[in-house]
Design a protein around this ligand. Sequence first.
Ligand code: PLP
Length: 391
Amino acid sequence: MDELSYILNELGEHRDEYFRAVAPPIVQTSNFAFSKVADLRKSFEDEYSTWLYSRGLNPTVEILRKKLAALDEAEDCLVFNSGAAAIFAAVLANVKSGDHIISVKNPYTWAVKMFEVILPRFNVTVTYVDGTLTENFAKAIRPNTTLIYLESPNSWFYELQDLRAVAALAKEHGIVTIIDNSYCTPLYQKPITMGIDLSLQSATKYISGHSDTVAGVLTGNRAMIERIFNSEYMNIGSGIQPFNAWLLIRGLRTLQARLERITRTTWELVRFLQQHPRVEKLIFPLDPSFPQYELARSQMTGACGLLTFYLKAEKGSTIETFCESLQHILMAVSWGGYESLILPKCAGMPPEAFDAADPAHRSLRLYVGLEEPDYLLADLSRGFEAIADLS
Ligand SMILES: *Cc1c(COP(=O)(O)O)cnc(C)c1O
């Protein structure tokens, strides 16, 4: 495997070809000109091997693809204009009418919408399983199962699947495996090396790292990625634009440094929250209290900045007061940027549906960004003080 610093700083870059510029150019062009008909003909025959039109290949995007493939230790990579587009292309490429998918329960919202709104129109069915037990996948396999869809950890409660075991099971049955690896990034989990066929992630999160672009990554073996390029990628037309690719290359330069900083701060916040009397429980996959801690240690080398904690509260309004009292931690979806974020589960339901007896209703997802730890600790304390007299 290439060294990380080489991948982030050099791989895919040809500085002699562009004025020895240290930062690569944004090749902001829709098409490419030819001087020989024979060359043009060749590119029509095989668009995956030459510059023809930027809905297909583009030189700035090429640099990014090489780096992202290497990070995953995968043969090849496509970069999309969103993580959702990567999910859509990967799934669509592996099903036809009459097929059956096994998905881990509660995958990302837009994976669910694809499974429940779009695929049934094409007679593709989905079974959801509790992925914490590999035998649940085995039990759900039918003769027409072509795909197993994973997300490990997921992005609220962090349930894991045993990636090596599920990959081995799927191979036995000739079933393709896809994982959403957004939580860990390829720095902290490399599903392809554990036998998973296709690994995808929302690059909007840590790869961009600055909350200023939306993008998605899909990696796998050359044959499968080339097949997806020639059909779903070109047809959906959701490839990343050169400028956004350039932003992601810039994000990659600091990925390792950002993740290290975020990890250090996250542990400080984990310890603070765990001892706080208003916190009932905290979920973080690399904390020894996590139910699948051993599995996490065996397949992840880091966990970064996303955690969930349960507030002790009888009323939904108490949770709302806590969130609204924070002055620096922003209330927003997404994660992976420079800024810390809070997201209360109860925002996803009408206030009258709040049930304090259901711990999930009292859960808050915290994303830890790049701020000084003390700045964040003081902000969380502000939230706790605001609800000190509230039940
Ligand atoms: C954000 C996210 C996605 C979707 O990515 P977009 O870039 O927003 O399209 C997919 N999976 C997970 C786990 C995510 O958090």
